[in-house]
Design a protein around this ligand. Structure first.
Ligand code: SF4
Length: 509
């Protein structure tokens, strides 16, 4: 079923006919974290191209048919001269909701440009407009252009169940919350995705149950700030229990209380199907209280893999970024996580060349990479975004060539350290969820271990531990045990031992 059909069905208003006769565009501002971010640094040409894309993305749009629009929409605007400009709120104001435009409103400006310049576009729907699609289609049917690009204060897509496009798919993403209240100074998310709001737990559990019934073996819980999850939909849970943060971490917002928290959700989700792996992304380091770490340690089907975005190794830069922690607090959390979850895989995000970053700050980031030895990393050169606090209050003063040089240095160190970290797997047996044929060799299969590292192994017949004596070839969705024989910064290689189950594998891994 087409994704748009699914949306309309959820709205109990499935009239597919009009879609064949109108051109339509959904602005995909809620692109799922597809796990395709690369740890490799982009070429200068690619980076420039990416800059255009990122800029466009930050303006609430994407779409390959709009290249000329992208270029014209990406012309840099003059920066306000006064340093005291107020930050715009990261959510809709009453004026926005009543349709009164704020001056320079991003979505409204895009609407005019797309509808007026793109004569082929009949419907323009923002990410939170899916419930309005029937009306938009009706307007388009009558020959008029229709648009709704307003961001909602409380939309969580709770009733839109996933569309399984490929019968051989082994995993799915489940959106559990949207938006972010953290207001890191470099980040556009609070302005494009709005303030934090979480889906009701019951709706998430129903979705995961359906995925389990469809035979999926892995679910990734998704959210801009996923471990900050807080379901306040049930009145009885709106109590005054205060929120536990990671030690040494603080928030940029007033402390929140009550609601069903991430540890509860993770516990409930992991109980649905013991053979289904559970992952989550992208978390904030501040929201890893002991109850979450303990649960990850105890529950076999919650992957021992934690993404812990550091962004910088310098406390001075972290403060300018408004991350709510120092380097020391972050490193202490790393030690605490490693003590609580032995064998945990760690990944992180880093930004090179943030406003005011000195060589000394940069070297501190290098040393953090060396100290932690992440298994995976996502590294970027800083690119200033309009609307952000940094745009209004800081100076993007690191020359492009310096940013790129620092990025290259970070990538080099990251790769060296990740290779060392991943080599510790050599000689170990890993449980691998098979995803399919290796792209580089028709005789190899690939899958992922618990730490989300890609594992490549020959496609040969093996024993099935649940059916002794039976020889089988691994299929997508099977769990297999692989003995690791070599490792690089990005992949593990090995030979397959047998097909197994997640439960039975615990004795071996
Ligand atoms: S970087 Fe992450 S935590 Fe910070 S504002 Fe953006 S989405 Fe929120």
């Amino acid at each position: 079923m087409h994704p748009l059909q699914c949306v309309l069905q959820a709205q109990r208003c499935l009239r597919w006919g009009p879609l064949t006769s109108v051109s339509w565009l959904l602005l995909r501002t809620c692109r799922a974290h597809s796990g395709v971010r690369s740890s490799a640094g982009p070429s200068p040409e690619r980076r420039q191209e990416d800059g255009v894309w990122k800029d466009f993305s930050s303006r609430l749009a994407t779409g390959p048919t709009f290249q000329h629009f992208i270029r014209s929409a990406s012309v840099p605007q003059e920066k306000p001269s006064t340093p005291d400009v107020e930050d715009p709120p990261p959510y809709l104001t009453v004026d926005d909701l009543l349709g009164r435009q704020r001056k320079g409103c991003m979505a409204e400006r895009l609407k005019e440009e797309i509808l007026n310049r793109e004569k082929t576009v009949d419907i323009l729907a923002g990410p939170d407009a899916y419930r309005d699609l029937p009306r938009l289609l009706a307007v388009a049917e009558s020959g008029q252009k229709a648009a709704n690009v307003l961001l909602s204060m409380d939309e969580t897509y709770a009733d839109v169940l996933p569309v399984q496009m490929s019968p051989s798919a082994t995993s799915a993403f489940v959106s559990i919350m949207r938006g972010c209240d953290n207001m890191c100074s470099y980040c556009i998310v609070p302005f494009t995705r709005g303030r934090e709001r979480s889906r009701p737990v019951a709706s998430i559990l129903e979705e995961v149950r359906k995925l389990s019934e469809q035979g999926l073996k892995e679910v990734t819980l998704l959210g801009q700030n996923v471990n900050s999850f807080r379901d306040n939909s049930e009145v009885q849970f709106n109590n005054a229990v205060s929120t536990n943060l990671s030690r040494g971490f603080s928030t940029n917002y007033k402390a929140k209380q009550g609601g069903l928290r991430f540890a509860y959700l993770l516990d409930q989700v992991s109980r649905i199907d013991p053979e289904m792996r559970i992952r989550f992304t992208s978390p904030h380091p501040k929201d890893f209280p002991d109850e979450v770490l303990q649960l990850i340690h105890e529950r076999d089907n919650i992957c021992k893999q934690i993404h812990l975005p550091a962004q910088s190794g310098s406390s001075r830069v972290l403060e300018a970024m408004r991350r709510g922690y120092s380097r020391e607090a972050y490193v202490e959390l790393i030690h605490h996580i490693r003590e609580s979850i032995p064998g945990v895989s760690l990944s992180s995000d880093f930004i090179a060349g943030f406003c005011g970053e000195t060589e000394e700050d940069h070297l501190q980031t290098v040393s953090l990479l060396q100290e932690v030895q992440y298994n995976m990393g996502f590294l970027f050169a800083y690119s200033m975004r309009q609307k952000t606090r940094a745009y209004h209050r800081l100076k993007d003063d690191i020359p492009e060539e310096v940013k790129l040089r620092r990025l290259e240095e970070l990538i080099t160190v990251f790769r060296e350290e990740a290779t060392k970290a991943n080599k510790t797997f050599v000689g170990c047996t890993q449980l691998v969820l098979v995803e399919g044929l290796s792209k580089r060799s028709a005789t190899d299969l690939y899958g992922r271990n618990d730490g989300n590292l890609k594992v490549i192994f020959p496609d040969v017949a093996m024993e099935d531990v649940t059916n002794p004596g039976l020889r089988v070839q691994a299929q997508p969705g099977d769990y297999v045990l692989v003995k690791i024989t070599s490792a690089s910064s990005q992949t593990l290689k090995g030979h397959v031992l047998c097909r197994t189950t997640l439960k039975d594998s615990v004795a071996y891994c």
